[in-house]
Design a protein. Structure first.
Length: 162
């Protein structure tokens, strides 16, 4: 199954990539993530691994921990790919899953497309219609990402002016 959405962020690509390049920022725009834990000392980029911890209101076992690895980074092509590596918690539903972030300049900003591609495990195929119905969740999270990036850049400008 593949779900995609895009948003135009009123900031240049280098600002968008700087924000996306810091996994700690995931908690600023993904509604289900309370925090991010970096797993090892590998520099950020291909091979870098991190865990996300779910928000407390979800009451999930193991705090909804999900593990990820960055499998591709190509800022010149405007692409980053993050793969799900855990198999417990909510990750148990997926045979495999990855999120691709593609960007391209648009006007004075950046068009960012997020594509979630995943295969459900056979025993969870019944979830496919529900996940399809929730496809707008990607757009909602991208809207939060847009706000976080634009607000961060605006607050830096305000500090510089003040």
């Amino acid at each position: 199954m593949q779900l995609a959405s895009n948003v135009v962020i009123e900031r240049p690509p280098e600002v968008v990539w700087a924000f996306l390049g810091d996994p700690a920022n995931v908690a600023k725009w993904d509604r289900g993530v309370a925090s991010v834990v970096e797993k090892d000392s590998v520099p950020r980029g291909v091979g870098f691994e991190f865990d996300t911890i779910a928000t407390d209101d979800l009451n999930l076992p193991d705090k909804g921990r999900m593990s990820y690895r960055i499998s591709e980074v190509n800022p010149h092509a405007g692409r980053c790919v993050v793969q799900l590596t855990s198999r417990t918690g909510n990750a148990r539903f997926f045979e495999n899953a990855e999120w691709k972030f593609d960007s391209q300049p648009e006007g004075n900003g950046t068009k960012l497309t997020c594509t979630a591609t995943f295969t459900l495990r056979p025993q969870y195929l019944f979830l496919a219609p529900l996940l399809y119905l929730k496809r707008n969740a990607i757009l909602f999270d991208l809207s939060l990402l847009k706000s976080a990036i634009e607000e961060k850049a605006s607050s830096k400008c305000r500090k510089a002016d003040g």
